[in-house]
Design a protein around this ligand. Structure first.
Ligand SMILES: [Zn+2]
Ligand SMILES: [Zn+2]
Length: 187
């Protein structure tokens, strides 16, 4: 069982947690068969490959519990978010603390924008293409909430985005009103 992350509810589904091998967590020292494979930001000494080496396997592994309880952020003096928001910055410092220090981040080609809505950070649902958006019945809703200032052309997004593709979308859902949003991420 992995802990609950309210701003990133399915980190195995989004592939920011990996599983299937036994690793030793470099924070708590326990063995884990699920580990974080997302970004760290800050002057931290977790030995991750630099960009040139990507996607070589991370050299240090952090278990889900150490993300969820804040111990990895504290021990390595790092955050998991680049702090690039779409929408108003939530006022609640506790929400910000949970999002920055206790929520798995995500990798993308461009800036890892994170939607906010209803005064809170949205839930990050991962990479999708237009096909998945249609399959989820979200096409009309996304057409309404699509932000061309952030994302460029809507027509382009509808025609050229693929899940984990060279042009992908990231899907977010407001935890309060349920509205869905996407960012478009071209390589
Ligand atoms: Zn750990
Ligand atoms: Zn909302």
């Amino acid at each position: 069982m992995i802990p609950k992350f309210k701003y990133h509810p399915d980190p195995l589904g989004t592939e920011m947690f990996r599983q299937g091998e036994i690793k030793t967590c470099c924070c708590c020292g326990r063995q884990t068969d699920i580990w974080y494979d997302g970004p760290f930001y800050g002057d931290c000494d977790v030995r991750v490959p630099d960009d040139d080496e990507w996607p070589y396997e991370r050299m240090d592994f952090v278990c889900p519990d150490c993300i969820a309880d804040g111990s990895a952020a504290e021990k390595f003096q790092c955050v998991f978010q680049a702090d690039e928001l779409v929408g108003e910055r939530p006022a609640d410092p506790a929400a910000r603390d949970e999002w920055l220090h206790r929520t798995p981040g995500y990798y993308c080609w461009q800036e890892p924008y994170w939607y906010t809505h209803c005064g809170d950070y949205c839930a990050f649902l991962g990479s999708v293409g237009w096909k998945e958006i249609e399959e989820m019945g979200l096409a009309d809703e996304i057409a309404d909430t699509f932000d061309e200032k952030i994302n460029g052309s809507f027509t382009f997004a509808r025609e050229y985005t693929h899940r984990h593709g060279h042009v992908q979308c990231f899907l977010f859902r407001c935890r309060h009103c349920g509205t869905h949003f996407i960012t478009v991420d071209p390589d």
